[in-house]
Design a protein around this ligand. Sequence first.
Ligand SMILES: Nc1nc2c(c(=O)[nH]1)N[C@H]1C(S)=C(S)[C@@H](COP(=O)(O)O)O[C@H]1N2
Ligand SMILES: [Mo]
Length: 463
Amino acid sequence: MKLIEGDRVTQEDLSSGRVHKAPESFLNRDGIKTVVTEAKNGRRDFIRSAFAAAAAGVAVPAVMAQGNPVPAEGGDPNILNLPEHSKGLGQGVDPEGSYGKPSKYEANVKRRQSPGLTQTTQASVSFAPLQSLFGIVTPSGLHFERHHQGWWDIDPSKHRLMLNGMVKSPKVFTLDEIMRLPSVSRFHFIECGANTAVDWGNVAVPTVQYTHGMLSCSEFTGVPLITLLELAGADLKNGKFVLAEGADGSSMTRTIPMSLIKSGEVFVAYGQNGEMLRPEQGYPLRLIVPGVQGVSWVKYLRRIEVGDKPYATKDEAVHYIDLQPSGQHRQYSSIQECKSVVTTPSGGQVLLDKGFYNITGLAWSGRGKVKRVDVSVDGGRNWRTARLETPVLSKALTRFNLDWVWDGKPAIIQSRAIDETGFVQPTYQQLRAVRSTRSIYHNNAIQSWLVQENGEVKNVQVS
Ligand SMILES: Nc1nc2c(c(=O)[nH]1)N[C@H]1C(S)=C(S)[C@@H](COP(=O)(O)O)O[C@H]1N2
Ligand SMILES: [Mo]
């Protein structure tokens, strides 16, 4: 088994501080470190005793309870000294009203620019901190961003959605009119077709935030596009495609096949996770195209045109196309195929001691539900089936978990998802055989994380 080490991000880059080394790793957060320095027996024992304390009275895997708790000399000051918050009066609610924020101790958890991309003054991509998220919903403030021409906070009272082309009566809707129509709320993932792009050729970036962070999942609320098309009297027989157009300066225009719209799955959303869309996500209206790459989820949606052939716009003729080994490109390959990634332990995190860990990650498929996820800790030689957490929803992220006891030796952690169509997530070797090494989009290869003997976790590729 050969490991390909990163050539674009060196160890020197990591220590120079020019590259983020996942400071948000839950195992080496500042909060824990502070306590560790006070504990006599150092961080390794601290982690062990913390596990044992947490385990008291709770059903835990036997191996976790084995840890022999070593109390700090004289007892734990965090228990012995009554803290301020147990004595005084806490803060009151804001009489002016408020919008809640995360704890100040969670300030590390934020979306970030990737060290693997050209740094520009007007940055256009931010990556979601997948290593810090639980469950399947991406908090709206941590949703990844991809703006081709910057983002806007558009006045909803002035925003309009026009329906034209092959329709009996072209229509213009205000937001109020759209919000009066029957609505649906559905959980779906959105993944940029260029997610994991920089890793096509080689290992390129250190953490899961940058390898897989152009991925998010929300509960979206809105009106099925078919409802709006019917109101405009669209020619659903001869109209085979629609063109969706955004109101920002990027002239984002994408062709959507009518078959997807007729299935009722495509909808025009104004809601995200129980509130209005965030401006970065296309407030006040965006198209939701479940299973399809992010670029088709047109933000600031202002026009839908019904037509009888694909539009071959700039973002589908020359971008978001797949280079084949023959040198030809494949167009309109828009479904995000089955994919998964372990988010803990993942690159940049540090395991402080051998013993029990919960391997966790995300799986998804643009073709339906995830059926199974297998996890390997030996680089793909042996696999164990992970536990899928409910709900398992179609074209949404699915969370998986698996118990693991680390023996302190180097381990290569991988996950392999299988969807309800039977599609099995490919290895890099399998993917490169059909897609070459110089592709950009739609990289759904199995990700490998190397756990080194010193506990540091690194992004590697196994060939
Ligand atoms: N109007 C408009 N829609 C857009 C874009 C854009 O730049 N403008 N970017 C597209 C791309 S490439 C992606 S991956 C997703 C990103 O959505 P997000 O920023 O909400 O994560 O929106 C798509 N829709
Ligand atoms: Mo994208």
